[in-house]
Design a protein around this ligand. Structure first.
Ligand code: UDX
Ligand code: UDX
Length: 495
């Protein structure tokens, strides 16, 4: 990441008129968890706009075009219906990247930006090579005036890099010979971070708390605001400068993640003292200044964004010499890692100090319920630690594939002797010494403990890291129960 001293952003647009250009065609680069659902909803709400989502991954595009909607590459409740309504009409999925860019009035960049694994900033800074490649491709293939919208979550001041690449192309190849009176190539860059959460993407897109548009070209800003204005109230569309928009996204994710680390730290204290974290969360959440959301203690936050964005923030702070600020935010990630480690350690300790050869039913592998996404899922670290201790894992998840788990656990399916993906919670639990609940799938809240307990090897344990199981029923069925954030043996009034 190249960082420079902040300067006043300059417009790349040759236009000075605030009249927004009409957007008839949109191209989105990246058909992932963000690009796919976002474009599906834009197409749904703006039937007058042709939306094409492109991706370098041909298999992914084929899955988006699959006639069987249960095979879309992203699982999101309600997504299949939105795709079914619009696909082939004004929503298209394609690998023809250049052609889609050339036709587009507006190009969204929605490719992944993982944490760098090598080089300067490794382990913290985002790897922007895909974003840069996209900017270069847009610079090459665009025609006329193109509004480029930064949708991926990016370190602050990335728009500047995109602008620089586009400006270079604008200056070097301004008048591509077309012979048909085509307008000169000009660009405007906007930041429009996405705040959707996986599992509720369609609902979040259809009724967002706010839409954030950062930029310095009023006409481009209004063009994008006009699209969202088809279904979002005007007062919910916020306009800022580019850098505020970029920083707001990192800050929002850092604040959300910080709440989770805060409540998880208190959960550990509850276990030590006999308080109950659910009661504490209810009590503090009733304070309107604190609010009740995002106070669910659990095995730690996962997902593609939280850790990456905080590490970006940390890198940024260090770059600007703000060591104390960097340390402050880094501690949110440190606590999250500790939480995952402590759960694995606790399971081993409760099972008489060894899990070697013991069958443990792991319920849930996705990083949260209602998604097939496992990126940064706490289950990965916890399962790896238990495998390291010699456990035999019987894993159940309603949406995650065996191939994905094999990748995450770093083992080949066919060679694996130590874990298996099973078809039902009952099958996972059969013969197990312990059940470990890691994802809050609704089905796990309604498990039939009297029936399950009978199939387990006694003495058997339930470790509920999400606090969703009926602990009283499990205890009545003869299981020993550990629930995150509650002292063992200290049955809380909530149960
Ligand atoms: C989102 C955000 O946009 C990103 O900033 C954040 O880091 C992770 O979450 P997401 O949609 O979840 O990204 O990523 P992913 O599901 O991996 O999709 C990205 C897609 O872009 C992939 O399908 C990949 O094949 C595609 N891609 C990547 C390209 O088409 N071209 C590239 O050059 C790079
Ligand atoms: C997050 C942000 O919410 C979203 O605005 C942003 O665009 C992308 O990052 P996402 O990662 O999809 O969305 O899911 P989120 O619901 O935020 O959950 C993140 C993680 O926090 C999950 O692992 C979840 O289980 C955990 N979590 C969430 C808790 O442990 N407790 C809570 O109370 C809430």
């Amino acid at each position: 990441m190249t960082l420079t001293t902040p300067t006043t952003p300059t417009s790349l647009s040759s236009s000075t008129t605030p009249v927004p250009p009409q957007v008839r065609t949109i191209c989105c680069l990246g058909a992932g968890y963000v690009g796919g659902p976002t474009m599906a909803v834009i197409a749904d709400r703006c039937p007058q706009i042709q939306v094409t989502v492109v991706d370098l991954n041909a298999e992914r595009i084929a899955a988006w075009n699959d006639a069987d909607l249960s095979r879309l590459p992203v699982y999101e409740p309600g997504l299949d219906a939105v795709v079914a309504r619009n696909r082939g009409r004004n929503l298209h999925f394609s690998t023809e990247v250049d052609a889609a860019i050339a036709k587009a009035d507006m190009v969204f960049i929605s490719v992944n930006t993982p944490t760098k694994t090598r080089g300067i900033g490794a382990g913290q800074a985002s790897d922007l090579r895909w974003v840069e490649a996209c900017a270069r491709q847009v610079a090459q293939a665009a025609r006329g005036h193109t509004i480029v919208v930064e949708k991926s979550t990016l370190p602050v001041r990335t728009a500047e890099a995109i602008q620089t690449i586009l400006a270079a192309s604008q200056n070097q190849l301004p008048q591509r010979p077309t012979g048909n009176g085509e307008a000169p190539r000009t660009f405007s860059v906007l930041s429009n971070p996405e705040f959707l959460a996986e599992g509720t993407a369609i609902a979040d897109l259809e009724a967002p708390d706010r839409v954030l548009i950062g930029g310095d070209d009023p006409a481009a800003i209004e063009a994008l605001a006009g699209i969202y204005g088809q279904w979002v109230a005007p007062e919910q569309i916020l306009r800022t400068n580019l850098w505020s928009s970029e920083l707001s996204k990192l800050t929002a994710n850092a604040f959300l993640a910080q709440r989770i680390s805060s409540i998880n730290s208190i959960a550990a204290l509850c276990e030590a003292t006999g308080a109950d974290v659910r009661e504490v969360a209810r009590a503090i959440g009733a304070d309107s200044r604190i609010g009740a959301k995002f106070l669910g203690a659990g095995p730690g936050f996962g997902g593609s964004c939280f850790q990456k964005d905080i590490l970006n923030l940390v890198y940024l702070c260090r770059h600007f010499g703000l060591a104390e600020v960097a340390d402050y935010w880094e501690s949110v990630v440190t606590l999250n890692s500790w939480q995952q480690q402590r759960i694995a350690r606790l399971v081993v300790q409760k099972l008489f100090g060894t899990v070697s050869g013991k069958r443990i039913a792991v319920l849930g592998f996705a990083f949260k319920a209602n998604t097939n996404d496992t990126r940064e899922s706490p289950a990965i670290r916890i399962c790896r630690d238990l495998l390291e201790e010699g456990a035999q894992l019987a894993i159940h998840d309603p949406k995650v594939s065996e191939a994905q788990i094999a990748t995450d656990l770093g083992q080949k399916e066919q060679q694996n002797q130590h874990w298996q993906l099973v078809a039902s919670p009952a099958e996972a639990v059969n013969g197990a010494d312990a059940v470990l609940v890691l994802t809050e799938w609704q089905a796990y809240a309604a498990l039939d403990w009297p029936a399950l307990a009978g199939s387990m090897r006694q003495p058997a344990w339930l470790f509920d890291a999400r606090g969703i199981c009926d602990a009283a029923a499990a205890r009545a069925a003869g299981l020993q129960v550990w629930r995150l954030g509650a002292a063992y043996g200290n049955a809380s009034s909530g149960e």
